[in-house]
Design a protein around this ligand. Structure first.
Ligand code: ABU
Length: 467
């Protein structure tokens, strides 16, 4: 009865003109009575009221006008899978606790690995793309020096290389695996915003001459702001020459492998040693669904993560190869494979391809609209799903003033709550980053969003002129 009431609340149509209700923290704290816990608890009616309040302040990321972050949309099969996962409430640690999910996870990773062209793929679902990248760099470190896992860093300097536009998680990874954040070397990008492989090789040689141990190249397949794909083939040549691990951060762009039309963006992907891939980004699974997949490396997760955990909850039994805990970063772990598998089962490979091609269609359409509008300026020519642009107020010529105008405009968009787009700053230029990563977005959502931004901008321009 209680769960039925929750479902009823979730299915009550929202006000279509508002997808966000952005307020100051103070109002939320007051509305929730500072999240106080009563000594005697409260009854379920109060719980339902709190759920309604919670949803009132939540961003409706299922709306087609949610174009703010690299995920979005509401896949009902994915939502159902999350309900089932929460209801059955188990951990991926052992086969006996998650019999179907353990087998499902192994198979789905193998299948996707084979689709990529990996020879003998193996991997794990992890809690986000950042963790997938951490898993890869940790594996590469252990491969470079097999003693590190037990004895720790030996005083030598281990260096890893990523592009200047790579995700910040590589710095977090360096902190976590003990090589130090200074030893993530950021390589400039070329005029297509791809890692410059000539400079990459020069830097590797330079670091070797300084006595460091270059062990990892992390290229990005879909950078978060510019949407660039590093050139795998060129990076592979460098990695091979210098006997380094080549990892692809495909958290965002990895799923283009499912599209015949766009998989050229990841040409040579089969040459990676490992790939991070998110299913909650452009595939549309509910957050979080991420995996690290290793190429021709059976038992890699066990080699990297197992620390002789036997005897605890991992018993000697005939199916122990299916216990996922020893070869994971975590002990307790959510069943994230279920939503991904059910979505894939529902859509099939054709449906996945259609979903991805739709996102590219939206991006091309949005780019055309912005490009052909004199009030807007495109910042980077899009290669993927990121449309980076800014509004050009007629009477402002000074860069700082234009930046200020666009920053204020973004804040007004947030306050209005009709649509949701992000903004970014590069080379001291502030601009909107609209991402067409939401499979629920329709072409009319793009029109409405651009129209709305322009209307707010015109009002703001008038106000600026009248001051
Ligand atoms: N790794 C999460 C990316 C978030 C974003 O750029 O929207």
């Amino acid at each position: 009865m209680f769960l039925e009431s929750v479902l009823k609340i979730l299915q009550t149509p929202k006000k279509p003109e508002k997808i966000a209700n952005f307020v100051a923290p103070k109002q939320i704290i007051e509305d929730f009575d500072n999240f106080k816990i009563a000594q005697n608890g409260v009854d379920k009616d109060v719980i339902l009221q709190n759920i309604e309040k919670y949803l009132n302040y939540s961003v409706d990321t299922g709306s087609g006008r949610f174009l703010n972050q690299l995920f979005g949309g509401r896949d009902e099969v994915g939502v159902a899978a999350e309900l089932v996962a929460a209801y059955s409430n188990t951990t991926m640690a052992t086969f006996e606790m998650a019999p179907v999910a353990s087998l499902m996870e192994v198979k789905i990773i193998e299948d996707i690995g084979h689709k990529i062209g990996f020879k003998d793929p193996e991997g794990k679902f992890v809690s986000g793309g950042s963790y997938a990248n951490i898993a890869a760099i940790m594996t590469a470190r252990n491969k470079m020096n097999e003693d590190i896992k037990k004895k720790g860093i030996d005083g030598k300097r281990y260096v890893a290389f990523v592009s200047a536009d790579a995700h910040y998680c590589f710095l977090k990874a360096a902190n976590m695996i003990g090589i130090g954040t200074d030893n993530i070397i950021k390589i400039p990008v070329d005029d297509e915003n791809k890692i410059n492989c000539k400079i990459l090789e020069e830097k590797i040689i330079e670091e070797k001459e300084k006595g460091a141990i270059p062990f990892f190249i992390g290229i990005t397949l879909g950078t978060t702001v510019k949407g660039a794909f590093d050139d795998i083939e060129k990076a592979y040549k460098v990695a091979k020459e210098h006997k380094m691990w080549l990892h692809g951060d495909g958290a965002y762009g990895g799923p283009v492998i499912f599209s015949k039309k766009y998989k050229y963006l990841v040409n040579s992907i089969e040459n990676l040693d490992s790939l991070a891939i998110d299913f909650h980004k452009i595939i549309g699974a509910p957050l979080v669904s991420s995996a690290i997949i290793f190429n021709d490396k059976k038992n890699m997760t066990k080699e990297t993560f197992d620390i002789d955990s036997g005897g605890y909850i991992f018993h000697n039994h005939e199916h122990k190869e299916y216990d996922q805990g020893p070869s994971s970063l975590q002990c307790g772990r959510r069943v994230d494979a279920l939503k991904t598998w059910l979505i894939m089962l529902n859509l099939g490979y054709d449906g996945l391809e259609k979903r991805i091609d739709h996102l590219f269609g939206l991006a091309n359409y949005c780019h055309e609209q912005v490009k052909n509008d004199d009030d807007f300026e495109i910042i980077f020519k899009p290669k993927f799903l990121n449309i980076c642009f800014r509004y050009l107020p007629k009477n402002l010529k000074n860069e700082d003033e234009i930046n200020d105008f666009n920053e204020k405009l973004r804040y007004k968009i947030l306050e209005a709550g009709f649509c949701f787009v992000n903004y970014s700053t590069i080379n001291n230029k502030k601009f909107f980053r609209l991402v067409t990563t939401n499979h629920s977005t329709k072409y009319e959502d793009i029109d409405q969003t651009l129209h709305f931004i322009k209307k707010l901008a015109k009002d703001q321009e008038q106000l600026t002129n009248s001051i």
